[in-house]
Design a binder for this molecule. Structure first.
Ligand code: FE2
Ligand code: FE2
Length: 369
């Protein structure tokens, strides 16, 4: 039987028979026993051989039958499924249902069902859980023995998950850091304000992460807010300098233009894959009581990340000297924030700030301009 896709691999592992018995092969045997006797999966160079070669590879690899049911998963693949608490389903799509939206599932079926697409599919799947950071994988599904018999659906597929989390993260962060640098040239916020806003925001998010009443705060939330909080005023890149740098109060017209920095920021950050970036830019001037801008959102309608950044931004602004105000002492800043509990700020988050106020003060002291 011709094995065009795998022949090289199989030749490279001529000593596979000497490998220790693979406990995972019981997984394989179970799948194989269901197959018709003439299936190429039962041939000598079939899945047993492929599985043995996959067992030695540190990347997550699996074999699927023609209905996309698992016939084999190597250890990294099974570890990944375990790490994200995927259900124990015999089907690939059933197992990853939480991570694969219907559109993606359809595109997978289309890819593997069509000869002109090589019975293959490539795409990206993100794996998420509360306690570990998201893992982004490029997924390659490709046929084994695609020519046998000619024209028919391949009897089996190989799935390879390529972890691109780090390169993805680095690419995005480099791109958005450059944007931030550009916006700093225009913004009149001086010194390390934005770095401190990142630090307070991450600090507050970490506290929420440890509190089961905030299930939406997972590892990624903490990690993302600690980078994205700094972006809150990125929309000021579109605000005219004479308004941005004006000494004294803005008139109504100028104030209207100033407020646009929220929507501009959301627009600029709309290509960032995590909606948190947009939420922070758009809603960091909303008030808990609904009197903020740009949309008079109130209470929990304001995204949590934006409610956190609002507190972080205002605390730091109170501590800093600005052209229109002196630098307030830590206690004075806290007092002003307490007065705005349930007015400007989420009351529960104000309580949190008051609980960890010494850590907030330390962030300011250790990152002073
Ligand atoms: Fe702002
Ligand atoms: Fe700010």
């Amino acid at each position: 039987m011709a094995v065009p896709e795998m022949r090289d691999d199989i030749d490279d592992i001529a000593d596979v028979e000497e490998l220790e018995p693979l406990e995972e092969l019981s997984d394989l045997e179970a799948g194989v026993n269901e197959l018709p006797a003439e299936s190429p999966l039962l041939s000598e160079s079939g899945p047993r051989c492929v599985a043995r070669s996959y067992e030695a590879i540190p990347e997550p690899l699996a074999l699927l039958d023609d209905s996309l049911a698992f016939i084999y998963r190597n250890r990294p693949f099974r570890d990944l499924l375990k790490a994200f608490s995927y259900p124990d389903s015999s089907s690939f799509l059933g197992t990853l249902a939480r991570a694969i939206d219907p559109e993606t599932a359809r595109s997978i079926y289309e890819g593997i069902g069509k000869t002109e697409r090589g019975h293959a599919w490539k795409g990206t799947i993100a794996h998420r859980s509360k306690d570990s950071a998201a893992v982004i994988t490029k997924v390659h599904i490709f046929p084994l023995w695609p020519d046998e018999p000619a024209g028919d659906k391949p009897p089996a597929y190989s799935v390879y998950l390529d972890d691109v989390t780090e390169e993805n993260r680095k690419f995005l962060r480099d791109m958005f850091s450059s944007l931030l640098e550009a916006s700093k040239l225009k913004d009149n916020d001086t010194g390390k304000h934005i770095e401190r806003v990142n630090l307070y925001s991450a600090l507050l998010a970490k506290e929420l992460f440890a509190d089961s009443r905030w299930p939406e705060v997972d590892t990624d939330f903490v990690d993302n807010i600690g980078f994205l909080a700094a972006m809150h005023d990125v929309g000021k890149i579109g605000t005219p300098d004479d308004i941005l740098n004006k000494e004294g109060p803005l008139n109504e017209f100028e104030w209207g233009i100033m407020k646009e920095h929220t929507k501009n920021g959301a627009f600029i950050l709309s290509s960032y894959p995590n909606p948190m970036a947009k939420e922070i830019a758009l809603s960091h001037h909303e008030w808990w009581n609904g009197s903020g801008y740009p949309y008079n959102l109130e209470g929990a309608m304001i995204p949590l990340a934006a409610r956190i950044v609002t507190l972080a931004d205002v605390y730091d602004a109170l501590r800093m000297k600005r052209s229109y105000k002196p630098a307030y002492a830590h206690e004075v800043a806290l007092q002003k924030m307490r007065q705005e509990r349930g007015v400007h700020f989420d009351p529960e988050l104000v309580d949190l700030v008051l609980r960890i106020e010494s850590q907030m003060e330390r962030v300011y002291a250790e990152n002073a301009d």
